[in-house]
Design a protein around this ligand. Structure first.
Ligand SMILES: Cc1cc2nc3c(=O)[nH]c(=O)nc-3n(C[C@H](O)[C@H](O)[C@H](O)COP(=O)(O)OP(=O)(O)OC[C@H]3O[C@@H](n4cnc5c(N)ncnc54)[C@H](O)[C@@H]3O)c2cc1C
Length: 501
């Protein structure tokens, strides 16, 4: 493993480790095992971030270090902390509801250089896979609601991109979930059948349970089954930048390279807050925490509830044998034994490069290394994590039709990889709403490595809650709400037990 600035000893060559809870893998886009040190947190790392492919593509864009005003305003109606997809969409909704109220967005580093600017570019609504876990944790009605919300979110994102003609390489097509092991195939079948029996919508999902046909459809040699439905890939930085540019046109004030270091009550009883930064303070009525993985650094009450964990994305340039008419035409969730998952996302409407994210089997060794060196919990300066890279190589060599006989020429094959920091939620779903005991402070965070299928409804939903709308009219799953009862219950619970149900 390489990193831009050395912090501690490396990971060595540990590879091929599988994770324990197969039921967890059948949950989210980015399977996320719980860290053992639940209380760890940190502010965004200032130096030595690895550059994601998305950030490499926009190096001359002035939005990266934009400051709308030279000096930080000393007051605002609302301060939004974080310029990822959540903070940017929250600003958009705020400007739409209250065009005359002032909004300042603080970003610790370059615009959108957190998880959004370094993810695997997949907006894949979970349409059945997570059902068993969510049903066990939250009951049938909420479990269905969560999956319906993911479909709504995907539609909201794609509608926005199409309506506003956003240049962000959007692809809409069939995503394939492919178990490559008999036991995993059996489990997926059980979950799918249970979801259907419970009244979940499945008419839009094409199911193939016969392995030979599944292998033909998916082009994955070991496929045991194949589940296909609509999803998208996109360039997430460009989408977020489009929304932010529109926000700036409508009067938002973006201040990059400005870390919010603490928040205090500026006027006891009046509900006003002061956000402190090294460039000065801002007094405000409302604060939106759009800080995801880093939330607990600024709001210590969230320690143990939202925990940062580095994840890796790998960019692969397809060799000639799988380019042109033979290029990969679907995105994938490859479901591996032991709970691991490859999320594979080709950029079919752009350069054809293929992003490998998800919880690659090599991720567990990285997790163990971070547990031993918790200062790395916010390390988005990693590259070429050996175990992760080797698992990607091994998968494409052994499983993808056409790739195994290829001799890679220069510029083909694995080209680069980078880390980003996901915000694990202790109970697997985001925290949305007003922070208990802190009127005027709001949060939308803890997207559990799956924010592209959450934030297009959760972030505007939060702002509508700020405007006095009820949960029912906003339409988000009730279990996303941050309440005193939820916080107390989770703080008193065994993290491992909750996180892996
Ligand atoms: C490698 C990787 C692959 C992923 N792949 C996918 C995928 O394919 N599909 C999917 O759905 N999800 C994926 N995710 C998860 C997804 O990217 C996140 O859930 C989503 O981007 C969260 O958006 P956000 O705006 O809430 O957080 P972020 O994008 O992390 O934004 C938070 C921002 O807040 C800033 N900030 C934090 N603290 C402060 C402070 N004190 N002061 C000022 N600024 C601050 C940060 O610098 C950051 O820019 C992936 C994540 C990673 C890391």
């Amino acid at each position: 493993m390489k990193q831009a600035e050395d912090t501690t000893s490396g990971l060595g060559g540990a590879i091929g480790v599988t994770v324990a809870e197969s039921s967890t893998a059948l949950n989210v886009e980015e399977h996320a095992s719980p860290p053992t040190n639940q209380a760890r947190t940190g502010y965004p790392k200032q130096d030595g971030q690895s550059l994601s492919y998305w950030l490499q593509q926009v190096r001359s864009d002035p939005l990266l270090d934009h400051r709308t005003t030279e000096n930080l305003p000393n007051g605002a109606d609302t301060v939004i902390i974080g310029s990822g997809i959540t903070g940017t969409l929250a600003a958009r909704e705020h400007l739409s509801i209250w065009p005359d109220r002032s909004v300042v967005i603080l970003e610790a580093r370059e615009f959108c250089s957190g998880a959004t600017g370094r993810n695997a570019g997949h907006c894949k609504p979970d349409q059945w896979r997570g059902f068993a876990k969510f049903e066990k944790a939250y009951g049938t009605e909420q479990a269905i609601k969560i999956l319906d919300n993911e479909a709504d979110t995907w539609r909201a994102l794609t509608n926005y991109v199409q309506e506003h003609k956003v240049d962000c390489d959007l692809w809409i097509g069939e995503t394939l979930d492919v178990p490559v092991d008999d036991e995993v195939a059996e489990l997926t079948k059980e979950i799918f059948e249970r979801y259907k029996e419970a009244g979940g919508k499945v008419d839009h999902i094409k199911v193939t349970t016969e392995p030979t046909s599944a292998a033909q459809i998916s082009r994955i040699k070991d496929a045991k089954a194949c589940y296909a439905w609509q999803a998208s890939t996109l360039q997430p930085w460009k989408l977020t930048a489009h929304v932010m540019r529109d926000n700036l046109d409508k009067g938002a004030n973006l201040q990059t390279y400005t870390t919010a270091t603490s928040i205090t009550r500026s006027n006891e009883g009046s509900g006003k807050w002061t956000v402190h930064t090294e460039r000065g303070d801002i007094a405000c009525e409302n604060i939106i925490h759009a800080t995801n993985a880093y939330s607990a650094a600024l709001e210590p009450d969230l320690k143990g509830l939202i925990t940062p964990k580095p994840h890796v994305c790998t960019k692969v340039v397809p060799p000639r044998a799988v380019s042109g008419s033979r290029a990969i035409k679907n995105s994938y969730g490859v479901l591996l034994p032991g709970g691991a998952l490859f999320s594979i996302n080709p950029r079919s409407t752009a350069d054809g490069n293929v992003m490998f994210g998800g919880s690659n089997p090599g991720q567990q060794a990285l997790d163990e290394w971070v547990d031993e060196h918790p200062e790395n919990c916010v390390n988005d300066g990693l590259t070429d994590v050996e175990g992760v890279t080797q698992c990607v190589q091994s998968f494409i060599d052994n499983n993808f039709e056409g790739w195994n006989q290829t001799t890679y020429g220069p510029g083909e094959g694995i080209q680069s990889s980078w880390s980003g920091v996901i915000g694990l939620s202790i109970d697997g779903v985001p925290f949305v709403g007003e922070l208990p005991g802190k009127p005027g402070q709001w949060i939308c965070a803890g997207h559990h490595g799956h924010g592209m299928a959450r934030t297009f409804t959760a972030a505007p939903g939060l702002v509508r809650l700020m405007n006095g709308e009820s949960w029912d009219t906003v339409g988000l799953p009730r279990v996303f709400e941050i309440t005193t009862a939820r916080v107390q219950k989770l703080k008193g619970a065994s993290a491992l037990k909750i996180a892996t149900v």
